[in-house]
Design a protein around this ligand. Sequence first.
Ligand SMILES: [Zn+2]
Ligand SMILES: [Zn+2]
Length: 140
Amino acid sequence: MKQAKQLLGDLRKDGHKMTAIRRAIVEVLAERGTPATVQDLLALLGDRGLRPNKTTVYRELAFLKKKGSVDEVTLGDRAKRYELRVGDHHHHLVCTVCGRVADVHLDGDLDATEKKLSVRTGFVVLSHALEFFGLCSKCK
Ligand SMILES: [Zn+2]
Ligand SMILES: [Zn+2]
């Protein structure tokens, strides 16, 4: 399981400059633990006394995405959210009342389902996004 520290180390090993903003984005995403919008990120960076402009944050996120350090997540609304690609592949439980997002690991084997789908339809599955919407334990 990859941790935020290891992820930063990998980037450095690849010879990428570790700017203060880049490091801070990885760190605040690691601390938050759930997908964050760019607005969320700007607020979290602001808490650390950093005031990058939006363009810088978008550029850093694009870079981290290209490097496979960050995944883009959509949770049923228009907002794009970002989370670190650490730990195992997982899905999300999204509360439609309070907006709480929790990571969840499925018991079932989605890889097997993907293979079956490919055989049945001839479609080559490259990735999937599966999020669950409903009420969290506090809102139900
Ligand atoms: Zn809730
Ligand atoms: Zn997640």
